[in-house]
Design a protein around this ligand. Sequence first.
Ligand code: MN
Length: 233
Amino acid sequence: MADFVIEPPAQASLPVAGRKEAFPVGRVFCIGRNYKWDRDDTAPVEMPPWFMKPANVVVPAQGELPYPPGTEDFCHEVELVVAIGRGGSDIDPAHVEARHIWGYAAGLDLTRRDLQQQAKRAGNPWEAAKAFDHSAPCTPLVPAAVCGHPRQGAIWLSVNGVERQRADLSDLLWPVVELVAMLSRSVALRPGDLVFTGTPSGVGRLQPGDVVSGAVADIGRFSMTVSAHPEAA
Ligand code: MN
């Protein structure tokens, strides 16, 4: 074991439903457009766009949801999250579920939309819009050994009891198996990686004090309250 010049940071992790042991989080891959947002949307021929968040922005989806600094357009995106238990590159789609997926969760790909629009216009990277602290709340992971591999089931999010997003997992343009196989052809996946699989239409703005609730199939359900704006007087 190497000695380090500073104290190594704590391993990022997620709780596992019904277990004492946690799941160690490695990298966080987020898939872009993967549901029909417009009637004309069809599955892209190429790999959908993806970006990353650091592991330490993954937090339990409960309690207070911190309003991030530097934005006036803090947006929700509810997503099915896939946890990779065994890594690999160029994974055969036929082996994705049985060999590589450890479990599933409901997650939020929180976004500073104003910074994302600025980045898109300027051709800049998205990290400022996507990779901020607390930007990836997740429910406890459910092992695939318990929940199987969900192909259908409601994915929804409401704000103050008013529904904003609703779709079905069967609406995914690129299903989980294909997504994981495609990612593994681009980068070698590692145990501990999470894949956020994209969000249905209806993304929208959160305000301080909002109660954000949602669920993904029988996998996870959350309710959080948005904290005060950090730049509020
Ligand atoms: Mn997203």
